[in-house]
Ligand binder design. Sequence first.
Ligand SMILES: *[C@@H]1O[C@H](CO)[C@@H](O)[C@H](O)[C@H]1NC(C)=O
Ligand SMILES: *[C@@H]1O[C@H](CO)[C@@H](O)[C@H](O)[C@H]1NC(C)=O
Length: 396
Amino acid sequence: MSISWKLFIAVSCLLSLLSFCSALQTCESHVFSGGRTFRTCSDLPVLDSFIHFSYVQETGVFDVAYRHAKMEPSSWVSWAINPRGHGMSGAQSLVAYRNSTTGLMRAYTSPIASYSTILQEGPLSFRANNISAEYSSDNEMTIFATLVLPPNTTVVNHLWQDGPVMEGGRLGMHAMGGDHLKSMGTLDLLSGRVLASKGGGPTTYMSRVKNAHGIINAVSWGFLMPLGGLAARYMKTYDTLDPMWFYTHVICQSLGYFIGLSGGLGTAIFMWRSTGFRFGPHSIIGVVLFILGFLQILALKARPDKDHKYRRYWNWYHHTVGYVVIGLSIYNIYKGLAILQPANTWRIVYTAAIGFVGLVAIVMEIVQFEKQWGWIFSCCRGSNAKDAGSIVADEV
Ligand SMILES: *[C@@H]1O[C@H](CO)[C@@H](O)[C@H](O)[C@H]1NC(C)=O
Ligand SMILES: *[C@@H]1O[C@H](CO)[C@@H](O)[C@H](O)[C@H]1NC(C)=O
């Protein structure tokens, strides 16, 4: 045999060995500290997680280790069995996190009654013994426990999750997007086979509602509102665009408000009712926005005539509230993105859209510098400040 043939065979063998190895579960090569061993293991499909267990069907004794790789020390991890359904509600969970003061791991059981859980400690519907947790130097968190399941159980619904530990040791809500909504499935206790949930359950449905909430509000509050503000500020300086600017402005603002009201608030209330969402800064800003938006609409009714002496004050009020609404809206869209954590594309698309609006605003400020800001300089050059101010105000 020639050298090249030997080389060829050697490389082929190596490649087939490699592909054979990669077909094996990566969990199988894991070695636990303290000589613990488990009969079966599975690589879970999402969240860098692995499940190891030994199970005796006749007694229901289920020795389990749940590992989550790539964890920050300030995180919690949880693995749960749900004897009643697929999702989080009713899940019997094991929870672990690292105490930032002592550096020690705390592990405990938490039955989850509703989506508003804060993972408080409590007894499970089955026995759970020997609960402990480890945080290894390679950033892996592991929960160990011995559960006693009803005898003859063969398949369980399980779910796993991670989230942040907040200041004061409160366990924060897990992310609401991507893999965090896919971390559930069924586990065959005899074969170790893990089947991911096919979706269609309440969680997938909720994620659609959340996406709808995000898109509707990004378009209405996050885009139409600033766009309408732009129209009012820059179009009205051209006589030929009068009264077109006014209609553009009114249409953008009212479309924004009513789309936001029906779709945005509707989905928010739905989410709040069905998940027990906690009322955080994002929701408070949302409510403030609806109130300010409503006041803007009411203010139209009270708008004095163009020549009325109070028109200046009305304009001042209307513009200030308008800019506050636009600023808060954009801020709240980003806050919402941070809560929902959708695929990065969404953030990029929104940033591009609002960046475009911002760019147009900058260009228009430069183009219309004289018209928009001229009154400041005319005032300081000694002409009648009051007149100059009121001219601008009256144009508005
Ligand atoms: C478990 O299954 C075995 C065999 O099917 C049966 O004999 C036994 O009674 C079952 N145990 C329980 C608690 O259901
Ligand atoms: C961390 O440990 C300290 C000392 O035992 C305890 O007082 C504190 O409540 C623990 N914090 C959390 C979040 O468990």
